[in-house]
Design a protein around this ligand. Structure first.
Ligand code: ARG
Length: 244
């Protein structure tokens, strides 16, 4: 009899331990096609966001497990609890704020136009896009912005790399993409250039389920700590994200 009780206690204890341990783990969603924020280097996911979330994890005492999925699948996976948070150079748009909460802003960006120098498209500003074929990535804010311009033939790609490939192959006249990845891709492909634009500033932030307010508070606290102790600045420098 006693033996059975002990066994039961032991199983209960193990189960409890496993449960509390799993709660210590944060499933973090990203889409690693967004250099310098998240990208694959020698098969490993790296980048500013990845180091930032690792530092946040240390402060709030959570183990971080990164899940790399398609960008437009990130918020649905967060809602259905397959992910606990999302860090993906994600812009905190009003539309997204209807379904998720965002942390404090950790970076400001905007949309740029990427062109292939070898093609004479005559594109100089967003006003020149009507009548043109423009590549965007499905669900990115660039997709939303270009889709709002009347008369543009919008081609939606599943990933950043695919959109850039299409531009290199002159399948599209331009690609509209966030400033930092746009500059990175142009730097890596001599035939590509970026056009400065007057597009609105976009605020990158970490996304949470609406009900996870404690976690949101803890992460904002950690962000503040990292800003105060200089870690955040060091990471910006490391990834070439300091703007002055
Ligand atoms: N900032 C844009 C957005 O929120 C693009 C983000 C793409 N991020 C990524 N990791 N692929 O829609």
């Amino acid at each position: 009899m006693k033996k059975i009780v002990w066994k039961l206690l032991l199983t209960a204890g193990l189960l409890f331990g496993a449960l509390t341990f799993s709660a210590q783990k944060l499933y973090v969603g990203t889409n690693a096609e967004f250099e310098p924020f998240e990208y694959l280097k020698d098969g490993e996911i790296t980048g500013f966001d990845m180091e930032l979330i690792a530092e946040i994890g240390k402060i709030i005492g959570k183990e971080i497990e990164i899940k790399n999925i398609a960008f437009d699948g990130l918020l649905p996976a967060l809602q259905t609890k397959k992910l606990d948070i999302v860090i993906a150079g994600m812009t905190a748009t009003d539309e997204r704020k209807k379904s998720v909460n965002f942390s404090d802003t950790y970076y400001l960006a905007k949309q740029l136009i990427v062109l292939n120098k070898e093609a004479n498209t005559g594109i100089k500003t967003f006003d020149d896009l009507p009548g043109k074929t423009v590549g965007v990535v499905l669900g990115y804010t660039g997709d939303i912005a270009v889709s709002e311009i009347k008369g543009v033939n919008v081609i939606r790609y599943n990933g950043t790399g695919e959109a850039i490939m299409a531009l290199k192959a002159k399948k599209v006249d331009a690609v509209v993409l966030d400033s930092e990845p746009a500059v990175k891709y142009a730097g890596q492909n001599p035939e590509l250039i970026t056009l400065e634009t007057d597009a609105a500033k976009e605020e990158y932030a970490i996304a949470f389920r609406k009900e996870d307010t404690e976690l949101l508070k803890a992460v904002n606290g950690a962000l503040k700590t990292l800003q105060d102790n200089g870690t955040y600045r060091k990471l910006l420098e490391k990834y070439g994200l300091v703007k002055e």
